[in-house]
Design a protein around this ligand. Structure first.
Ligand code: GRF
Length: 208
């Protein structure tokens, strides 16, 4: 039997995407295992989820490092130690440096709650409402050295209602995040994602 893909997750917040990924692994939708979580916020909800799921969660306090590179080097060391094949950013609120991006080139994914390249960065749901778009959504993409700029793997569209608040839009987008993030990881695990420049080609299932 082939070795299971080992996932390392970087989290800063509630951890609902991490939860969706863990559950998808548990029910066999993704043939992989979350072996390590890393957080820069000891009080994050994701930390409790890890505890309940039996996933080791390492707290790395970014305040102990003079720069982002130092934090990232520590994260790379922990991810390597855990034998990580794929890194997923699941509500990780820090910009990555080349130290981390290059260590796992082509093997880091992120989810962003907008239809990229629209509304990268902070508060994308508010940006979408302020701009008046009729459709927003979410994007799973590979991580490159820019902000929310890497090759796009999957997207889901969410219509914006006239009476949407940031919270209501956020809630409906999040439901879609929990669907497409596990799908994108499943495709990666099945070796069905080919990065070709900016584009990601989805290859047919291997046994078809
Ligand atoms: C999600 O909206 C995700 O798209 C963004 O941060 C939020 C994390 O939520 N990057 P959670 O911690 O997974 O619940």
């Amino acid at each position: 039997m082939e070795k299971k893909i080992r996932i390392g997750a970087l989290v800063s917040g509630r951890g609902t995407n991490l939860q969706a990924i863990v559950e998808a692994c548990r029910r066999g939708f993704i043939d992989a295992e979350v072996v390590q979580a890393i957080t820069n916020r000891a009080e994050a909800g994701a930390v409790d989820r890890c505890r309940k799921e039996g996933i080791p969660c390492l707290f790395i306090d970014h305040r102990n490092f003079p720069n982002r590179e130092g934090f990232d080097a520590e994260a790379v060391a922990a991810l390597r130690k855990a034998g990580t094949d794929l890194v997923v950013l699941a509500g990780f609120m820090r910009l990555l440096t080349p130290v981390l991006v290059r260590a796992f080139a082509g093997r880091i994914m992120n989810i962003h709650p907008s239809l990229l390249p629209a509304f990268p960065g902070l508060h994308p749901q508010k940006q979408a409402l302020d701009h008046g778009v009729r459709f927003s959504g979410c994007t799973v993409h590979f991580v490159d050295e820019g902000v929310d700029s890497g090759p796009i793997i999957l997207q889901a569209v969410v219509p914006v209602a006239d009476d949407d608040s940031v919270e209501s839009l956020q809630r409906r987008i999040l439901e879609q995040e929990h669907i497409i993030y596990p799908q994108a990881i499943r495709l990666f695990v099945q070796e069905r994602l080919a990065i070709e420049g900016r584009r990601v080609r989805i290859l047919p299932p291997k046994d078809s």
